[in-house]
Design a protein around this ligand. Sequence first.
Ligand SMILES: Nc1ncnc2c1ncn2[C@@H]1O[C@H](COP(=O)(O)OP(=O)(O)OP(=O)(O)O)[C@@H](O)[C@H]1O
Ligand SMILES: [Mg+2]
Length: 252
Amino acid sequence: MLTIAIANQKGGVGKTPTAVNLAFALARAGNCVLLLDLDPQGSLSEYFLAEEADIQEITVYTALSGLQRINPLPITDRIALLPAHDELAGAELELPNKVNGQKRLAKILSFYQSDYDFCVIDCPPSLGILTINALASSNQVIIPVKTEISAERALKRIKNTINDIQQSDLNSNLAIWGILPTIYDSRKAHHKEVLQALKHKYGNEVYSEPSRETTKYNDATVLRTDISALDKALAAYWDTLAATFVEERRMT
Ligand SMILES: Nc1ncnc2c1ncn2[C@@H]1O[C@H](COP(=O)(O)OP(=O)(O)OP(=O)(O)O)[C@@H](O)[C@H]1O
Ligand SMILES: [Mg+2]
């Protein structure tokens, strides 16, 4: 199982839609995918479970606090979800006091190694111990960034954190697969400028095609599915991104 963290401490940059659409594209390519909600806001869980999300008794919090395997909830034939809700906020307080508190998620994920091809982690909008656990247990990170002025500052912070994790014993194998410009509107001059600046500064690390802004991501949320149900061209965008990801993984 290859684990991908979708991380950026900035809120509203498209982490959750990226996690969903990447997972569905990987599944369309024939992979089994474990989606893991690591955000106490529980947006990913709500995406699929609606009001049922809040009443789940067994969640990622259960797994983290008891160091135990929990049963993933089936979403499609090839996708399953480890859900979360606001109880997970307690882990932010408890994990720092546990032995190996930064590596507990890595231990949990070891229980699923042979069941799935990919695990996609939807991280919370902070650089607290939950995001540190995600980065400590991932092979690759995708950093969605909104093409706005704040993008570079946000990127600097998360890249520093990733650098710390690579340099320390926590996870020396962690790699940044890419920076994914999101919610991009080519009609806006400042979006174009920010995209240019990102490409200039971070070069090949920036995924070549930005993920464009459209209300269809919202519509897909309402339908509790990915974008492919609504727009073939957008589905093709995610298929290409997933294929590029898989291809580049094979080369390294
Ligand atoms: N290309 C796009 N990619 C991602 N989201 C998009 C895109 N275009 C529009 N959106 C919309 O932008 C919003 C961004 O998503 P969301 O707020 O879930 O981001 P997030 O980073 O997961 O936020 P949080 O940090 O609060 O978890 C969603 O409402 C989504 O429908
Ligand atoms: Mg989110």
